[in-house]
Design a protein around this ligand. Structure first.
Ligand SMILES: Nc1ncnc2c1ncn2[C@@H]1O[C@H](COP(=O)(O)OP(=O)(O)O)[C@@H](O)[C@H]1O
Ligand SMILES: [Mg+2]
Length: 254
């Protein structure tokens, strides 16, 4: 499917006890179909806010988010979100976590299980269908969250620091698996991370955000052939450029 996402002059302000907080200022972004776009930026710069707006969980204060020619006005199954914290329902088993969205969508029970099993297998959790979240490691829980998002067959997968709380080795494995899934399913992926290494390994393009109010200060194409090598000379060069760009943003908040 030819899904095209466009953000035009998006501004988001929040009203808090200390007054108005400008979280995002004038975000303009075009995301190509099937693109893997990473978004990096200092904490508090509005990355989660940006993904929530694209997901339709919140609305911009001004500006527009256009998906396939239509303005985003609320959540829809065409945009699936994977959150940083393990957001599984603790009282539901793996399979029941994955079928939930399908059930809400009114899909019949046989079909719910068929689809859920397919994605559970895709994320490597076959055999764990009847486990509860407390029986799983952090990496496994995140795999369930990914399976749950994929089961709804979104055209755009929104991922908010999804591997931020797993150990480094698991993170590498999950990155590898996500790239495999992306290749097979041809989804557009918007992936927030604060790891430059992760962005350079995964992305077609990296958007760097400024300190609050968040703006996109740079978009860098990662022209490295896949499969990539984490330690290649080109990867090191791009990492260094991004670290410098990001470093100058961090200096502003010191
Ligand atoms: N619902 C909200 N109400 C008030 N302020 C908020 C709300 N959500 C986010 N913010 C503020 O907006 C800014 C950006 O937050 P967030 O998008 O979570 O940043 P990031 O994900 O980049 O760390 C922060 O200053 C945060 O405190
Ligand atoms: Mg965040």
């Amino acid at each position: 499917m030819n899904h095209k996402l466009e953000l035009r002059n998006v501004i988001k302000t929040f009203n808090s006890e200390e007054g108005e907080i400008k979280a995002l200022e004038d975000i303009n972004l075009n995301v190509k179909p099937n693109e893997f776009l990473c978004i990096i930026g200092p904490s508090g710069c509005g990355k989660t806010t940006l993904l929530r707006l694209i997901a339709g969980l919140d609305l911009p204060s001004s500006g527009e988010i256009i998906l396939d020619g239509k303005e985003v006005k609320g959540p829809s199954p065409d945009r699936g979100m994977v959150f940083q914290e393990f957001s599984l329902f603790p009282w539901r088993t793996v399979i029941k976590n994955v079928t939930l969205g399908l059930k809400i969508r009114g899909i019949n029970e046989n079909e719910q299980y068929r689809i859920a099993n397919e994605y559970i297998e895709l994320v490597g959790l076959k055999g764990f269908e009847n486990c509860y979240p407390y029986e799983l490691s952090g990496g496994m829980k995140q795999r369930v969250a990914i399976a749950r998002a994929l089961a709804m067959d979104p055209s755009i997968l929104l991922m908010d620091e999804p591997f931020g709380s797993v150990d480094a080795q698991t993170r590498n494995v999950l990155q590898e698996e996500l790239l495999g899934i992306w290749k097979r399913t041809k989804k557009t992926v918007l992936f927030v991370t604060h790891s430059v290494d992760e962005a350079v390994y995964l992305a077609d393009r990296v958007a760097v955000m400024s300190t609050r109010p968040g703006r996109i200060v740079e978009c860098m194409d990662i022209d490295i052939a896949r499969p990539r090598k984490r330690t290649s000379v080109e990867a090191n060069e791009i990492r260094e450029m991004l670290l410098m760009r990001l470093g100058s943003e961090y200096q502003k908040i010191r």
